[in-house]
Write a protein that binds this ligand. Sequence first.
Ligand code: N7H
Length: 449
Amino acid sequence: FLPLDEVQGDILIGMKKPKQLFFFYNIRDPKKFKQVLAKLIYPHITTTSQLICTTCPQPKALLNVAWTSKGLNKLNVFDNNLDPFFNMGQVPDANALGDNNPPQNWVPGLYMDKTDGVFLIASKDWAPIDSLLAQILSWLGSSIVEVHRLKGAHRTGAWEGHEHFGFLDGISQPAVAGFATSIFPGQSLILPGTILTGEIGDPLEFSRPGWMKWGSFLAFRQLQQFVPEFDNYLLHEASAIPDSSRTVQERADLLGARMIGRWKSGTPTDLAPNFDIPSIGPDFNLNNNFDFNHPAPFNLAADQSFCPFSAHIRKIRPRADEGNNNFANQIMRAGIPYGDDVTDVEWENNATKYERGLAFVSYQSDIGSGYRFQQVAWANAVNFVGGKIDPTPGFDPIFGQNGAGPIFSSGIDYTDPNHDLTFMSFVLSRGGEYLYSPSMSAILNPIAA
Ligand code: N7H
């Protein structure tokens, strides 16, 4: 079993609060920072055991901490952590990730490459977050300066739990051996070292410095979503589809579902290919119980009637396409939407005026095998999944990135899977960072020591 009082709370279970602040900073006075971290900030950091304890009093605001490679160096931690992408940082990686026009499209704070660390503060309301942040800032004084802040918030009302395009999120996560108490049908069981450094299953388990046990690399991305444009595009494509059995809106809903591989309700198209069955979406005994394969005469290499090869959830978790045995490239997602819902004026003009999107967070023991692998080797790779009748299934229609160029995805048009759809990506990267979220012991030593 894992020592859950060592593992920061966001990594395995997610802080899962309706509001979350990401506060990125630059360290100016490492000596003072270390003192404040050890004495004053450390007692506020929320561990996994605290989060899962149903009888313990929960703090009003949850806090997690992580640092970039540059930040660790400033704090005198120079051990070789063995992660080249972490050590390089995300700014020089932007082109390889396929970002459109970096650094112009990146928020200035992130592209200036000044981030040394981040505070992740989560709560039910903003007031406890604001007051914990104010306290931390008053303790730290001029030893840090703010680089960037992003306020994430769950959507409310009928859209609670759904991201900005309208799809239910937070459905599929791997179960971590030594932590998960149950496994739902279709959920994959991974070794703890896929997520936690220095644990069983981390390919570099025995090579990393001892203090890296029970920590995890955090990939952060600020991903802007163009929601009215996405909906308008689906309607436009739907109007050209020869299917008189459905209204244009119903055709658009099906096209959208095929882009994700799930209906807005969360129900997978692999279980409900033609019409939504909304009861499946929130039911964890059903909502992952599929693998894209079906009984004969179904042909896994040719048939996209249930789910396109390029659908988001198929590109980033290919299931039977990879023999149901890919355990190495999985991540734990802990993101949260940011920005307000689309306004009436934006809907009327089919154009985004106010920024909204996903504050994407993933945890993995190796950035190159986790987030970065999913982005570069799967989402952006037009020939993935291979071995299909169509050698180029195309980009992931949700977050496939092709620099400033358009992306294409095949299989989405259910009347003609060979009809490639080509469009500007409806998700724009506004930048990000690679950070490391250490164990509780490592925060005290070597980081604050
Ligand atoms: Fe995705 N979306 O709302 O459309 N994602 N994602 N994602 N994503 C998933 O299963 C979305 C992004 C994964 O095991 C669902 O919880 C959006 C990045 C993985 O079946 C929905 C953005 C990366 C899964 C979305 C975005 C991933 C997953 C279905 C960007 C990694 C689980 C709900 C703005 C590089 C796959 C669910 C599985 C699911 C959406 C980005 C990864 C609805 C809008 C950058 C691993």
